[in-house]
Design a protein around this ligand. Structure first.
Ligand SMILES: [Zn+2]
Length: 262
């Protein structure tokens, strides 16, 4: 879908890959806090809880032609979160939310190693100034708030931390493991390292189809593995992406409806 023939524009560019991080960069605004400026991690939470029918109205109305790759990435993030975030919440007690997502990322990477190859930085060169403009138009359309500069600041911190966590050989993970004990760190530092091929010791992918309750609440009536959920997200994306590319806001709002990123 994202491949291009020679000379044709492609969606698979740095702006698209930054878009795939969705509104998550806002969560990183506090790492580290900016002196005398309020950290806007709340925007990450707010955007995750807006239903698709409202969110994509904003996504399309704020979108100029140059914003299409980023908005397409945002849509991919929405589809995966809508399908799989309830499962991450269901099991986060065992290991922590972000650490769980790191294991899942690395396991999906392992399953698709042939196509994906080494971990590398796909967001390098994204047009942060233009994307910041887009995100502030989007946030204003959704909440009425003016947030110029906030996305750019958050995305820089997000990218810096992710590049620091990039650990293809597992050296940082081993070092962090050695420090955790003596430093008495409550949260596992090593769990944040993106190490290719790390083991899925506690079947976080749920290959055994054990039952689980969405968000860890109510009846344990789900048995999907993470890869099942990943594929459900892909199916939604296959339907939704052509609508975004056509600028069919109505179709996109109807399709995504009450779903959200949670
Ligand atoms: Zn998210």
């Amino acid at each position: 879908m994202l491949a291009s023939r020679e000379g044709e524009p492609t969606l698979a560019c740095p702006d698209f890959y930054l878009g795939c991080a969705g509104p998550d960069p806002y969560f990183y605004d506090v790492y580290p806090p900016t002196p005398f400026v309020r950290s806007r991690t709340d925007l990450g939470r707010k955007l995750h809880h807006i239903p698709g029918r409202e969110l994509f109205d904003g996504v399309l109305s704020a979108m100029k032609p140059e914003d299409v790759p980023f908005a397409a990435g945002l849509l991919c993030h929405f589809c995966l979160d809508a399908a799989a975030h309830p499962y991450v919440y269901a099991r986060q007690e065992e290991i922590g939310h972000t650490q769980m997502e790191v294991v899942l990322d690395m396991q999906v990477h392992k399953a698709h190693k042939e196509e994906l190859g080494e971990l590398y930085d796909l967001q390098e060169g994204a047009n942060l100034a233009a994307i910041d403009g887009y995100m502030s138009r989007l946030v204003e359309a959704l909440t009425g708030e003016k947030t110029e500069g906030v996305y750019r600041r958050s995305a820089r911190k997000f990218r810096r931390l992710h590049l620091l966590s990039r650990d293809p050989r597992g050296t940082k993970r081993r070092l962090a493991r050695r420090l955790e004990g003596p430093l008495g760190l409550k949260k596992s530092l090593s769990g944040y390292m993106y190490t290719q091929g790390i083991a899925d010791e506690r079947d976080f992918l749920n290959k055994n189809h054990a039952s689980w309750a969405p968000f860890g609440k109510g009846a344990m009536n789900h048995r999907d593995s993470f890869l099942d959920l990943f594929n459900q997200g892909l199916d939604l994306c296959r339907e939704a992406l052509p609508l975004l590319l056509k600028g069919d806001g109505k179709g996109l709002c109807t399709l995504t409806g009450e779903r959200m990123m949670y």
